[in-house]
Design a protein around this ligand. Structure first.
Ligand code: SAH
Ligand code: SF4
Ligand code: F3S
Length: 445
């Protein structure tokens, strides 16, 4: 039996792509290995969003090439965004590497592995016709669970000046709504309760004559057995009034939006080609909060974009104060090959970037903690996902789940409750999680 192991780096799209790679391999008779050491096929599904992400791939490849000396029959493959970016260069740089396949080639993985087994060193990157791209999504199968990602579209047409994604993931392509619905229905049958619709920019989803993202949300939310629906990621410029209304109207749509702001300075936003202003962003936040009071809002921030002055950075801090994000992912700007920003003047020196990042992150942590502490005493609906791997109490099994705002909640309870949405009274708050107790054992489906 052929056994494979996949290392996954990067975003939710890559996590889902690794599941698709696994599904295609399983169809061709491969099985997942218990661990890397027992695999005769190792695939690294890679990310190139920042230099550090790319470097991690090279150090893992270096280690696996060494391991290969004692396991010469092992096939070593690189997939994902670094594969798309580097193609054959990877084969030249890593003599032990057998196969490189890009972000559009997932559906062909089994055939490519066969070629590599036959002794060929293969690199396949670049775009495919839409029908072939969509074909890559055919196997719906994945390992059982409670919450899962469903890719509704791939690619990105936004060309933010710092970002490699449009070049590495191709043009935006939307999956037809009926396919997405069929995938969700089949996953409900296998026990999934929560679905996160994913894409680089889901709110630009559009299919056929005008079927829009809010329409897709309504369709998915109405499927029997869908306990909760989420989506990621949204671009602020495409956040329509209809989508804002969806938060008020769809009862099982989670009260959370991840809305990357990137910066609070209009000058920097323009240089990033984000196509909204700080004022547009704030107005959308206000509308979201009017339509859906208490909605959790999280964001992504880039610190130290070329030309970012102290005054621009202060405006980003100021945005944080005005919005009071529930949480954020923030990183120092990393110049990426082939992007427009890579040629911009005024780079922010590394130490200065890290100083600004720390100021931003420290303040975000304080705000997150304050917002979480304000939840103590409230009752939240929690979808129970499993057993807390690190319980602090020994008396009862500790369960773990997420509330509608996507906050992690731990509480004592019976494992029979896994997959149920349960009211939990919040009793303690930290930055990364909440603790609570089940309220009156009122358990719905
Ligand atoms: N499609 C999503 C996010 C894609 S990448 C969106 O538009 O919001 C995830 C995050 O990585 C981005 O939101 C951005 O904050 C960050 N990022 C992208 N390119 C980067 C770069 N060159 N340097 C630092 N951070 C970057
Ligand atoms: Fe990158 Fe911008 Fe597209 Fe997001 S919207 S993937 S940041 S180009
Ligand atoms: Fe990384 Fe590619 Fe996702 S660059 S963030 S894995 S789209």
């Amino acid at each position: 039996m052929r056994k494979f192991h996949i290392h996954t780096f990067g975003c939710q799209m890559n996590e889902r792509d690794s599941e698709r790679i696994a599904a295609w391999l399983s169809r061709a008779g491969h099985v997942p290995a218990a661990d890397e050491a027992r695999a005769d096929l190792i695939i690294i599904n890679t990310c190139s969003i920042r230099k550090k992400a790319e470097d991690k791939v090279y150090s893992l490849l270096g280690r696996l090439e060494k391991d290969k000396r004692s396991r010469p029959d092992m096939i070593l493959a690189v997939a994902g965004c670094v594969a798309e970016q580097e193609g054959e260069n990877l084969l030249r740089r890593f003599p032990g590497l057998n196969l490189v396949f890009g972000t559009h080639q997932v559906g062909r993985v089994a055939a490519l592995v066969e070629k590599a087994r036959a002794g060929e060193r293969v690199s396949l990157v670049g775009s495919l016709p839409d029908a072939d791209r969509l074909e890559g999504y055919r196997p719906f199968h994945r390992a059982p669970g409670v919450s899962t990602f469903v890719t509704i579209m791939e690619g990105c047409d936004n060309w933010c000046s710092y970002c490699v994604v449009p070049a590495l993931r191709g043009r935006e392509l939307c999956r037809p709504p009926e396919e997405i619905a069929n995938e969700i229905k089949s996953l409900v049958e296998t026990g999934y309760r929560e679905f996160t619709l994913i894409g680089q920019n889901v709110n630009s989803y559009r299919c056929g004559n005008g079927f829009s993202f809010p329409g897709l949300l309504r369709l998915a939310a109405g499927i029997s057995g869908v306990g909760r629906l989420r989506f990621a990621t949204s671009h602020p410029k495409d956040l329509s009034p209809d989508l804002i209304r969806a938060f008020a109207e769809i009862p099982n749509l989670a009260r959370h939006i991840h809305l990357p702001a990137q910066s609070g300075s209009n000058r920097v936003l323009a240089a990033m080609n984000r196509r909204y202003t700080r004022e547009d962003y704030l107005e959308k936040v206000e509308r979201l909060r009017t339509a859906c009071p208490g909605i959790a809002i999280t964001t992504d921030i880039i610190i130290g974009f070329p030309g970012e002055e102290e005054s621009d950075f202060r405006q980003t801090l100021d945005l944080l104060e005005e919005v009071r994000f529930d949480g954020s992912f923030s990183f120092v700007y990393s110049p990426r090959p082939g992007t427009r920003a890579a040629d911009l003047a005024g780079p922010v020196e590394g130490g200065e970037g890290r100083r600004r990042l720390k100021i931003f992150q420290d303040r975000q942590d304080e705000i997150t903690l304050e917002l979480n502490q304000a939840l103590v005493g409230r009752v939240h609906e929690v979808l129970i996902e499993g057993i807390n791997p690190r319980p602090q109490t020994r008396q009862a099994a500790s369960l773990t789940g997420r509330d509608s705002g996507n906050k992690i909640v731990h509480f004592p309870g019976s494992p029979d409750l896994i997959r149920k949405i349960t009211p939990v009274r919040i009793t303690e708050a930290a930055i990364h999680s909440l603790r609570g107790t089940i309220e009156n054992n009122l358990v719905s489906s």
